[in-house]
Unconditional design. Structure first.
Length: 169
């Protein structure tokens, strides 16, 4: 059973920073197995990856399952946005910022939390919790780990994910 949902930053960090295909082809062979055995890939994540034609081709050639339609989770997405808006923890720009505001349909973060919550998946991200959240002044950006905590969604890092699935290259 697939039980993990990877944030866009996990893929981008892998192909851009840590495991470039030119230097780590064995990682990508193993990662294909990992995706097919353990990971759900939603369309919103694939759409957010705009800097790598190589990765899109690799994903198309290696991910054997159907790409999940994130729009099927619109009700949950609205619930997550409602939480961010009404919690008192975030400034309005957490939703409305022109580039990274969660109310934009093209931003994967709230969709991922909604999908993970509804399907009881573990969300994997390299985002870090905001240490100032809930300390008196609303913060300007919502972070996946903070919202997951308050929505009852388990959220882990890339290395925790690799440890749980036993990835060794």
């Amino acid at each position: 059973m697939k039980k993990y949902l990877l944030d866009t930053n996990i893929y981008a960090n892998a192909y851009e920073r840590f495991y470039r295909n030119d230097y780590f082809p064995s990682f990508w062979d193993k990662f294909a197995e990992v995706l097919n055995d353990h990971v759900v890939v939603p369309k919103i994540v694939k759409d957010e990856i705009t800097k790598s034609d190589w990765f899109h081709e690799w994903l198309d050639n290696n991910y054997q399952d159907t790409i999940l339609n994130h729009k099927d989770y619109s009700e949950g997405w609205q619930t997550i946005l409602g939480y961010v808006q009404s919690s008192g923890l975030y400034k309005d720009q957490a939703l409305t910022h022109q580039v990274r505001g969660w109310a934009q349909e093209t931003i994967a973060d709230p969709w991922l939390v909604a999908i993970a919550k509804e399907d009881e998946l573990i969300l994997v991200t390299d985002e870090i919790k905001n240490p100032n959240l809930g300390k008196g002044t609303p913060v300007k950006a919502a972070k996946i780990p903070d919202v997951c905590d308050r929505q009852g969604v388990r959220c882990i890092t890339m290395n925790e994910f690799f440890g749980e699935i036993g990835l060794s290259v």
